[in-house]
Design a protein around this ligand. Structure first.
Ligand code: CAA
Length: 410
């Protein structure tokens, strides 16, 4: 067992930290106040290769591993959750789904421009009336010759109005005996006729990010844009969530770190009753819990990343990492506000933004309640992870860094 980060991992950490802290941190409070996502963020993330960090070179990526993806997410969310959300949907939920389930033609047409950041991608699963209960979603796709015709609405979609492509899950067989088997996944060009979309305003947090809705009215999607086989949509969605949840776990770990650093700074500067408040045991207890949460959350996401590198199924471990880190980040942010007292209640300090941002992640990509049900299910033996086709391809530096394709790998 080796707990050390490689020099490449440290390089990724350093590069992403520099970008987030130097280039985004100075304007993030204004972007949050304005409830506007800056175009600069996506452009720079593309330029720096962050949007393609863990994809093979021959698919337009940077040839790094899945741990690098986690480390990047930790650094991004240490500055603002909106940055990490980009990674969750563009990389975790969409592009990694194509790497795992796509055929060569789909990788050429969708993955390469996405990994290069030339095209932005989002994930269409949740609907106005369907969140946790994925198997019963309503969006439909009926076969018509060489196409499917897509109808329905997707809701709470990060990057809805920024994205060029969406991975959309829709019902192809309303008569399937088991509703899980009636779903299929599609790669949809969002400039297609019949697509409408808009932003959702008035969110509690992640205000510097983009969240919206997408409506499909008789949208024609070519058969060659179906990801996987007909009926595999539920499994594809769940395996994409294994990757999205990993980025959320890593990001929430960064948010805990940000709460800890802000709290330590404030507690060593602010004085009360004749000494700095960090000398008081009740403040120390809050700081100690943040240290504990950060270290545990980090180990959990790194273990999930290591499993992805090996090509092991990691649904259970990723769910645990996501549940723990997001609950802990919400708790850490609440305590960080408390340590800052009245100042923590205003946006003069970043901790109120951390608290608002932290709340989102205990809801999206599986609520904490869903993850508790999953963990209990594994422990009680009601849930097992069997299907080997549901694993990401194992990371192989030789394959990932080869310019030419090798027939059987990656
Ligand atoms: N990979 C591959 N296959 C999987 C899988 C995975 N991770 N998870 C489950 N499956 C398979 C199962 O093995 C099972 O297959 P078999 O029938 O062959 O055994 C099948 O799928 C059904 O699985 P379940 O019995 O677990 O299905 P369920 O109906 O009980 O649902 C659930 C389980 C945990 C509730 C699931 O529906 C779930 O995770 N819901 C939460 C959805 C969610 O996270 N939504 C977030 C939306 S994305 C978002 O928020 C993005 C954004 O833009 C912010």
């Amino acid at each position: 067992m080796d707990f050390a980060l490689s020099s490449e991992h440290q390089m990724v950490q350093h590069m992403v930290r520099e970008f987030a802290q130097r280039e985004v941190s100075p304007f993030i409070r204004e972007a949050d106040r304005a409830q506007q996502m800056s175009a600069f963020v996506l452009e720079r993330m593309a330029e720096l290769g962050i949007l393609g960090i863990c994809f093979p070179l021959r698919y337009g990526g940077q040839g790094m591993d899945y741990i690098s993806l986690g480390l990047a997410c930790e650094e991004l969310e240490a500055v603002d959750t909106s940055l990490r959300v980009v990674m969750s949907v563009h990389v975790g939920l969409n592009s990694l789904g194509i790497l795992q389930w796509g055929n060569e033609d789909q990788k050429q047409r969708f993955l390469i421009p996405q990994a290069k950041g030339e095209k932005i991608a989002c994930f269409g699963l949740s609907e106005p009336g369907v969140g946790s209960d994925v198997a019963n979603l309503n969006c439909s796709a009926r076969r018509d010759g060489d196409s499917y015709i897509l109808n329905g609405e997707k809701m709470w979609i990060s990057l809805a109005t920024k994205a060029h492509h969406a991975l959309v899950v829709a019902r192809t067989n309303p008569d399937a005996a088991d509703p899980h088997d009636g779903l299929s996944a599609f790669l949809v060009d969002l400039s297609s006729p019949g697509v409408q979309r808009g932003d959702i305003h008035g969110k509690l947090g992640v205000r510097a990010g983009s969240t919206g809705w997408i409506a499909f009215q008789e949208v024609r999607v070519p058969v060659e844009n179906r990801l996987g086989e007909e009926g595999e949509g539920f499994k594809i969605a769940m395996s994409c969530l294994d990757n999205g949840r990993y980025t959320v776990a890593a990001g929430a770990t960064g948010l805990i770190r940000a709460c800890l650093e802000a709290s330590v700074k404030y507690a060593t500067e602010r004085k009360a009753f004749g000494r700095e408040i960090g000398k008081f045991q009740l403040i120390q207890q809050k700081i100690a819990y943040m240290v504990q949460a950060y270290e545990a959350a980090r180990l959990l996401y790194l273990r999930a990343g290591w499993m992805k590198n090996q090509g092991y199924r990691n649904t259970k471990e990723t769910s645990l990492a996501k549940w723990f880190a997001t609950d802990a980040s919400f708790q850490a942010a609440a305590e960080a506000v408390q340590i800052h007292g009245a100042y923590g209640y205003s946006d003069e300090y970043p901790v109120e933004r951390y608290l608002r941002n932290a709340k989102g992640a205990v809801i999206y990509e599986g609520t904490s309640e869903i993850h508790q049900l999953m963990q209990a299910g594994y422990a009680l033996g009601y849930r097992q992870d069997g299907d080997l086709r549901c694993e990401l391809p194992a990371y192989d530096p030789v394959v990932w860094r080869a310019e030419e394709s090798s027939p059987d790998k990656g």
